[in-house]
Design a protein around this ligand. Structure first.
Ligand code: C5J
Length: 221
């Protein structure tokens, strides 16, 4: 069984046939200029920097036959799945559902809501539209993973402290062993990324494990 011996806080062993890569929210709205992230005043280049490593991770998962899941933070056009408590937070100039340069912000089917071209899903990969920060809340992800016999999840994507961490904690509570790939995740606030990774692996791996992409690729060569 492949084992990432250098994972923190302890070696992470996984059975490839029971493993899924979960790529969180690599969407134009968060990563490209003119999207939701930029409208909130963030430097989106910090997120764009991880695209080559996420692409390498996806290529590896495809080659090894892992299940692959892509998520999109997105809402129905009538915003019936967007509670006012979520919509009204943040900048009044850039609210979910408002019109932006790439269409309505975080609305399903709009240009900005798409996964960036460089990481586009291919046939057979699961695409999960999620109205929350976590990938399990109000989605079919749990059922889809159970149907496929998945027990281990490898996480990548953005942002580390919001949707990646929330999804990983949800997964941990559901009994999955979770590994987050350090260089395949990013935050608009780099200190938040570092502290999130430290939290995940603290106290004996209270919600999971972390490792670098090279450490994973070496273990699963
Ligand atoms: C945020 C996300 N940060 N995908 N979404 O609102 O992390």
């Amino acid at each position: 069984m492949p084992t990432v011996n250098q994972a923190l806080p302890s070696p992470f062993a996984f059975e490839p046939s029971k493993t899924a890569l979960v790529v969180i929210d690599m969407q134009r709205d968060f990563i490209e200029p003119g999207g939701f992230g930029a409208a909130l005043g963030n430097d989106v280049s910090l997120l764009a920097d991880i695209v080559p490593d996420v692409a390498r991770l996806i290529a590896h998962a495809r080659m090894r036959g892992w299940q692959i899941v892509h998520t999109r933070e997105s809402h129905a056009p009538d915003l019936s799945d967007c509670p006012p408590a979520k919509r009204l937070r943040g900048q009044p100039s850039a609210r979910i559902g408002d019109k932006g340069p790439m269409g309505r912000i975080l609305v399903r089917g709009e240009q900005g809501n798409a996964i960036i071209d460089a990481l586009a899903p291919i046939d057979g990969e699961l695409v999960i539209d999620k109205p929350g920060k976590g990938a399990f809340y109000a989605t079919r992800l749990g059922e889809e993973l159970a149907m496929r016999g998945v027990t281990h999840l490898v996480f990548a994507g953005v942002t580390t402290e919001v949707c990646v961490q929330t999804s990983m904690r949800e997964a941990n509570d559901r009994g999955y062993d979770c590994l987050v790939i350090e260089d395949a995740t990013a935050s608009y606030i780099p200190a938040f990324k570092e502290v999130t990774l430290a939290m995940i692996r603290s106290q004996g791996g209270i919600v999971g494990w972390t490792a670098t992409l090279e450490q994973l690729l070496e273990a699963d060569a």
